[in-house]
Design a protein around this ligand. Sequence first.
Ligand code: DC
Length: 230
Amino acid sequence: MDERKIIIAIDGPAGSGKSTTARCVAQHFKYVYIDTGAMYRAITFAALRFNIYPDNHEKINELLETTSISLKRNETGEQRTFVNEEDVTPHIRSKEVSENVSYFSSVSRIREAMVEIQRKLGQKGGIVMDGRDIGTVVFPNADLKIFLVASLEQRAKRRIAELPAQSIVMSFDEVVENIRQRDLLDSSRDHSPLMKASDAIEIDTSYLTIEEQTEKIIVLAENIIRRKSL
Ligand code: DC
């Protein structure tokens, strides 16, 4: 592993700006960007398609044994999410998946399977991975850990702005309720809840632009890379 190619973990609640920021940071360093939320959304989409409930452990095990979740890049460099060989990217941000994903992502078996894939993807370094438990569980030794936060109102405004491009119709109140509910479930689950790692650097993005928050992380990462190159 090239010592200078570091692992950057970016965690935080829904709508805190993780994906856009992580993607920009990865582009800057020519690293691979991995959106782990997309993986939990993909397995949720697959479970819903087969009418599997999160508490049906037998069916969840069967689903995990017969389903491979993978992330691939298309010719423009955009991350696409696959369930077996099917590109499910257009479906994983639907209202139905958003309303159910926190229930499926609290299932231990599902988390173990996703974490195993994530660790393999990141083992060579040179990655920016975003999620809820990257700095605490997936890569507790990540070189740089960032925890992004923002007010509920700002997070909901950002989500609302993304919806038309994804052809999703949801009211502002529905988005607020969905984020509030996911915050609660994601931070209170038993298995690897959303939590700031003790050595993570917290950045409040409520009043920062994407460029500003990206720049802050780039500066922090460059310092670490410089130190590793000495
Ligand atoms: O990042 P996102 O909002 O697309 O994530 C969707 C859900 O997936 C989120 O509500 C919780 C879950 N998730 C998780 O439990 N652990 C991760 N590392 C990433 C996402």
